[in-house]
Design a protein around this ligand. Structure first.
Ligand SMILES: [Zn+2]
Length: 198
């Protein structure tokens, strides 16, 4: 019996790389800059230029229109943040040298509420990340991007819950609070996420 990913049969033999929220506002010079963000963008671009072995490469983007209390003029940097990644602005674009053309699909999230996980995102046709990966026969994902302790953390945990055996390439991430990354590593270990230096 042949299997075809597009037909809905369950061929899940493909692997994908999910590049989380590597956007201008999360990099040096952005409104919510994470130290090391630009270096992550450069190293991911370098990886994409190699014979990396991924069948598919996708990106997620924070993409806010009116996300309510996610934005604050007095942010606590835990649950509320300075305005960032506003849809249609340069801050929401992928950080150079990364560009939309580097990816098989891009998933936007957080239009009207905080959305830390890329699995809350959708592509231009409205297809969610999980459904898209399934339709494309993906059974395993690696993850990288920004920020280790927020959106990479949440996306990786959702990938584990979806049975995608996630591996975080932690050397290709940057954290808001590097001194507290241990908490994220613990959450990943107990949540079924593998960590590799990458
Ligand atoms: Zn946000």
């Amino acid at each position: 019996m042949s299997t075809c990913p597009e037909s809905g049969e369950q061929d899940r033999s493909r692997r994908a790389l999910v590049v989380v929220d590597t956007q201008n506002d999360f990099c040096e010079g952005g409104s919510l800059a994470v130290a090391g963000g630009l270096a992550v963008a450069a190293r991911v671009k370098e990886l994409l230029g190699t014979d990396h072995g991924y069948d598919l490469v996708v990106a997620t983007r924070d993409h806010h229109i009116d996300p309510g209390s996610h934005f604050s003029s007095h942010p606590d940097y835990v649950d509320s943040w300075p305005p960032h990644c506003v849809a249609g602005t340069e801050g929401a674009e992928l950080a150079p040298p990364l560009a939309v053309d580097d990816f098989d699909a891009v998933f936007d999230k957080g239009e009207y509420a905080a959305a830390y996980s890329g699995f809350e995102g959708h592509d231009a046709e409205g297809t969610g990340l999980g459904a898209w990966l399934g339709a494309h026969g993906v059974g395993q994902v690696d993850l990288c991007g920004i920020a280790t302790d927020y959106c990479v953390r949440a996306t990786a945990l959702d990938a584990a819950a979806a049975g995608l055996s996630p591996v975080v390439l932690v050397g290709l991430t940057a954290a808001v609070a590097p001194e507290r990354v241990g908490d994220t590593l613990d959450a990943w270990r107990s949540g079924g996420v593998t960590v590799r230096e990458g």
